[in-house]
Write a protein that binds this ligand. Structure first.
Ligand code: ATP
Ligand code: FE
Length: 356
């Protein structure tokens, strides 16, 4: 079975091709990602209209490049998986329209995929993880602990009550004059900084459960930056590095402590050998990975994180989530809709695709 995946929910246009024989894990034949960072750089954030137009222009090119890289022709494709939400609606629509066109033109099944399911199932693609597992999904727009019991069966244990950490990394970069996306540039600056020079809050640690809050951190960062600027008349590279290190240390501490609690909650419900998988763009952060790995080894929990390129947005994860749905016998038709919001929890209505 050869499956083409399309992703266009935020600021990366991507196409990927997976191939599998029987029930086994698929091979990634090609995974092409065209980022749009340069288009949005001047605006300090993703502009939805610009993103939608760029996706519409780039999707065909991504598909062609993926076919060439995978040495596959369109007639070899057996099914199309596409992100149907959640995300910026113009971009999601571009992807869904492109997938519908290919599906009807080639006469092959169409599979709508929840972008978050794509992130959450990635450890199964890369590390052959079996259900159930505990998932920390931590990205540009989301931050939540989930129990993954099946490809369409997730329950949420808790998560951020305001900003996502990726958003906080991006805002931190903006406030300190570092390039976007903020995650990698803040991480790089933090490596040279002293995490104790500025002390940032660790919100909600006094509350039980695994809910988190990151919006206070950026206010604290803004205040710390302004105090340095007022005192010295400007930010030195040293200050930038120290502010980044202090900010990152706070995020790492919160994620580590809340992960401990999520593991407790998970164990209360699921008696199997515990495994924590992290995914989403922020899971690319090496300090976060290292700390979560320590938390897990302290508690005798297995830990896994996908390779960096499969943590941030890509279409291989969408093709894979589509394959899992397909194996459950679930496909969509031309009524598949693009959704701006789409929670990944089996208590929320319509988990995947058009909900059929
Ligand atoms: P979502 O998946 O929630 O819809 P998204 O698709 O924008 O959001 P991803 O592509 O999964 O998010 O991740 C992008 C985010 O990850 C950005 O906010 C980026 O700053 C962050 N990120 C990437 N690399 C790192 C890193 N090394 N450290 C911290 N954050 C990072
Ligand atoms: Fe994402």
């Amino acid at each position: 079975l050869t499956i083409l995946g399309l992703e266009s929910s935020c600021d990366d246009t991507a196409a990927a091709i997976l191939r599998c024989n029987g029930e086994g894990a698929p091979d990634i034949l090609a995974s092409v990602v065209h980022g749009q960072a340069d288009l949005h750089a001047a605006f300090g954030g993703v502009v939805p209209e610009i993103a939608a137009r760029a996706h519409a222009e780039k999707l065909d090119i991504c598909v062609e490049e993926a076919l060439a890289a995978g040495q596959v022709s369109l007639s070899d494709i057996d099914a199309i998986a596409v992100t149907a939400g959640p995300g910026l609606i113009g971009g999601v629509l571009s992807g869904v329209m492109c997938a519908k066109g290919l599906s009807s033109g080639l006469g092959i099944p169409l599979i709508g995929v929840n972008h978050l399911a794509g992130h959450a199932l990635t450890p199964r693609l890369t590390d052959h993880v079996t259900f159930p597992y505990l998932m920390l999904l931590v990205s540009g727009g989301h931050c939540q602990f989930l129990i993954a019991r099946g490809a369409e069966d997730f329950s949420r244990l808790g998560g951020t009550i305001d900003d996502a950490p990726g958003e906080a990394f991006d805002k931190t970069a903006r406030l300190l004059g570092l390039p976007q996306p903020g995650g990698p540039s803040v991480q790089k600056a933090a490596e040279r900084g002293d995490p104790k020079k500025f002390r940032f809050p660790r919100p909600l640690l006094d509350r039980p459960g695994c809910d988190m809050s990151f919006s206070g951190l950026k206010t604290a960062l803004l205040r710390a930056r302004d105090s340095v600027v007022t005192e010295k008349g400007g930010l030195t590279e040293r200050d930038q590095a120290d502010l980044c290190a202090g900010f990152q240390a706070a995020v790492v501490d919160v994620l580590a402590e809340k992960t401990r609690r999520a593991i407790d909650l998970y164990l209360a419900e699921t008696p199997q050998i515990p495994l924590l998988a992290v995914a989403g763009g922020v899971a690319a952060n090496t300090a976060i990975r290292a700390r979560l790995e320590t938390v897990c080894s302290d508690l005798g929990v297995q830990f896994t994180a996908p390779p960096l390129a499969l943590c941030t947005d890509n279409a291989a994860m969408i093709a894979y989530a589509g394959l899992e749905r397909f194996r459950l016998g679930h496909t969509d038709d031309m009524t598949l809709v693009a959704r701006p919001r789409w929670p990944l929890d089996n208590k929320a209505p319509a988990l995947l695709g058009s909900g059929k």
